[in-house]
Design a protein around this ligand. Structure first.
Ligand code: ZN
Ligand code: ZN
Length: 347
């Protein structure tokens, strides 16, 4: 374990030679130069992220205003809880990414992280727009601060927040790697199972405006997952001491813990009370996501079961797949921003 060097904002003695560039502990000048990049994938990533630009208010919420009042009691409770949790996650992401950036010494990766932070802020604003459209001011406050009265949600948020807080206290390379893993788990497991609940509402013909917002958010989160996966894979090459068998086991245990946390949350927030979803479907889907995320980092499966996408959850992909985002689920106006071609997506 070694201390990370916090980079200077301007370093006149920094390395100009791209071959000397490193993801962490490099000697960077901090100058942004897009003509000389070491990590070629950042260029594709940047283009994709820029093409994904979207504006939350361009999505029409009229149907949702009516539907929200017609949701069953269980659907409404779950809608509120999951939205409250997503609001927390996106707020935390917006606040934490600059902390990670302080220790990343490849300027092209920092540029991507800055765009990600911007997108997380747009996501937060989209939730405010949804709430402003469908709720009274009092209901809006109740959803935003639901963790104040919901012990389970508070415990959950605290668990996730504490993982990030540890890096603020302890600036070691392993702690940064754990923060990157926590980020990857948040982006790749917590968000996705939340999105799935909204897609199920869409299957039932409810809350189409919320679902469109979520689909745009999902498309961005896909790229965030791609970004963190790429950073971790570069670190595997540059900093092998962070990937000993013992440490990889620790990262896999973090993933497992993430899966367990998400399943516990699903039992509480979704349960067996939502039309179109059974707890078994949701649990298998979360385990499948855990395996998928672990395999993407080259860590192998987490479990010997749920290796394939569960058949009864194939519909999730209809909504979440960025490559079919320009279907008639989206208003023609919004798709003007969806200039991007097929997303490079092997997540
Ligand atoms: Zn987000
Ligand atoms: Zn994100």
């Amino acid at each position: 374990m070694s201390k990370l060097i916090r980079k200077a904002l301007f370093n006149e003695n920094g390395d100009i030679d791209v071959l000397k560039r490193k993801v962490i502990n490099g000697n960077t000048t901090n100058l942004n130069d897009f003509n000389n990049i070491k990590y070629a994938w950042t260029s594709k990533w940047y283009r994709q992220a820029m093409n994904n630009f979207w504006i939350p208010e361009e999505i029409n919420m009229n149907q949702d205003i009516k539907d929200y009042r017609k949701l069953t009691k269980n659907e409404k409770e779950t809608y509120d809880k999951i939205l409250s949790f997503l609001i927390f996650l996106d707020s935390l992401q917006t606040a934490n990414l600059p902390n990670v950036e302080e220790y990343i010494t490849a300027n092209e990766i920092n540029l991507c992280l800055t765009i990600q932070a911007f997108q997380e802020a747009v996501h937060s604003q989209s939730y405010s727009y949804i709430l402003d459209s469908i709720c009274s001011p009092q209901e809006r406050m109740d959803i935003l601060y639901q963790w104040k009265n919901d012990e389970q949600l508070k415990r959950r948020n605290k668990f996730i927040g504490d993982l990030y807080n540890e890096f603020l206290e302890n600036k070691e390379d392993i702690q940064l790697m754990k923060t990157l893993m926590a980020n990857y788990i948040l982006e790749g497991i917590y968000f996705y199972s939340g999105f799935m609940f909204f897609y199920n509402l869409a299957r039932m013909g409810k809350m189409p405006g919320t679902v469109q917002e979520i689909r745009y958010i999902n498309r961005d989160e896909n790229t965030h997952l791609w970004l963190f996966k790429s950073i971790i894979i570069e670190l595997q090459k540059e900093e092998p001491q962070l990937f000993t068998d013992e440490l990889v086991m620790e990262y896999k245990n973090m993933l497992k813990k993430g899966v367990e946390e998400e399943i516990e949350w699903a039992r509480y927030a979704i349960g067996d009370k939502i039309e179109g979803l059974s707890l078994k479907m949701v649990e298998e889907y979360i385990c499948y996501l855990g395996n998928l995320r672990s395999r993407s980092l080259g860590f192998g499966n987490l479990y010997s079961f749920c290796l394939e996408e569960p058949k009864d959850m194939e519909w999730v992909n209809l909504y979440s797949n960025a490559n079919i985002i320009k279907t008639d689920f989206f208003e023609a106006k919004s798709s003007a921003y969806a200039k991007s071609g097929a997303l490079i997506d092997d997540l």
